[in-house]
Write a protein that binds this ligand. Sequence first.
Ligand code: AHR
Length: 649
Amino acid sequence: MACKPKYHACVIIFFLLFSVSCRSLAAELEGNQTAVVEVDASWRNARKIPETLFGVFFEEINHAGAGGLWAELVSNRGFEAGGPHTPSNIDPWGIIGAKSCINVMTEQASYFKRNNVALRMEVLCDRPAVGIFNPGFWGMNIEEGKMYKLVMYIRSKDSVQLTAKLTCSETSGQLQSLASASTQDIVMSNWTKVELQLLAHGTCRTSRLELKTSKKGVIWLDQVSLMPSDTYKGHGFRKELMHMILELKPRFLRFPGGCFVEGNRLRNAFKWKETVGPWEERPGHYGDVWNYWTDDGLGYYELLQANFEDLGADPVWVVNAGISHTDYTNNTSITPFVKDAIDSLEFAKGSPKSTWGSIRAAMGHPDPFPVKFIAIGNENCRLKQIYQGHYMLFYKAIRGAYPDIQFISNCDGLNGQLDHPADFYDVHIYGNATELFVKKDMFYTASRTGPKAFVSEYAARNGKSATLFASLAEAAFLITLERNSDVVQMASYAPLFVNDNDRNWLPDAIVFNSWQQYGTPSYWVQTFFSESSGSVLHPITIRSSYSGSLASSAITWRDTEKSFLRVKVVNFGPHVVNLTVAVNGLQAGVNTTKSAVSILSSSNAMNENSFSSPNNVVPVTRALPHAGKEMQVLLAPYSLTSFDLALEL
Ligand code: AHR
């Protein structure tokens, strides 16, 4: 590419990854905008960003957990999904064999009292082998060379031998066997826990688990679990999905919802007590807001463990405020909900000798999980009078027992003072990209006294697409949160995950199926902020006739070796911007060899990622040989650019 002297900026364009030829650039430069970002990098005017600023929000929505982050491959493992009354539906289990040879029905015959349903399988013929199968969540991902642990509970009147197989239906005709193991041929007149290891000698993304026998008789089955042996730290999480969260370096994880906490009916709300203790004893429940069954393998304990041991994050524990999503009556007795919240804190923080702390200890964690934040309900302040009454009951009871806990109210503290005590008020901000870009400034006028803001859910929603355009509005929003982090102290995108087979709420940050995953542009935007929490914020000014389309912030952050001045700039408009970055008050020299620039952009602002093109819109990082206290750069239209100036300190 030949650069005419007139367009000496072409040199810079090389490292800015600006993907137009110089000739077409020359045309574009005619309509160029100019802007100056001035950074006051002196320590005098700098301020620390809260350690907690950026985190993630995990909700059981879109099969984010069941059939997602939680690696369990069997769906409806305890046969409870059809309800407590038997005979019941056994979906998604299916029957292998002719009706004349096998008779299957659920019965209230389980060994486990809280989840009383088990499966009775009567085998009427000796051959061919008959049984049941489970397809998991839209097919199980079985990979060659990997070990899978099968656990099941069996009772039998006669001696019984069950063969467990992982089979694949991808090839036409007969099901291909990928792994197989059999139980001993014995009578199990009492419920017996049986474990088998299945080593896969083939790969299939849509496999199923088969349990078959060729012996006549009656067998009861219950709590059938199949776990891959390579979960994250052996904690039961799908590794690749966990790695994607880790890349964001979240400082907190809000869970388990969202509306999932509320339930459309209170009886279908998340009840933490039913999600702790041995997995076999958990009844599971139907989440009637997002309309699917969860076996609750991913329960309260597992999410606390993920926070403290896997992510190094602080949990933000959302409890049910005694109000459901659609049930607006005020005749619910609130006492059990307050008791539940108090007990949940005892489970997390109590001594291993306490009632609930002892269950945590028995699960393998005698040390407390030092929970600091509790949110009372989700979006319930729409019923202001009821919510405030409930909130105060929670507040008084919890404050008394756990004075160090910080409270999150979901009443609006932005447009007025809260009339109840709280450390944070929870704000949810959804809107189309243009709206979000405008809303980014909403915290400049927020009160600087009183509770801090927690933006626990935000996203630009232009239809169902997760486009670059939407993500840039989010980037501008986050940049402005950084600049308002004296009042906004926590923020998380929503929702985090979507299973491609249950695209209920779109867009999302991470898309996955049984074996693949990719980040949407919204995910990649968040990676630009993974160093921000706990860093140092510097004042900036933008001078431009085009400033209405720009957003910028500057921070100093450290990695293990060096400090960096990071200047981020969003160009939310269609024009190239000739930008001058001028850094004043910097006490250190700039190391040009260790400086870098990262850019998120694309040839079209409406571009997005997909399983076939997961890297269509991803950040590109290049060296920044011209790094310095004054830099002339070109910003691509519709882009997020982050300059990292390595400091000689
Ligand atoms: O993030 C999806 C949903 O949006 C959450 O469950 C709810 O809190 C909000 O309305």
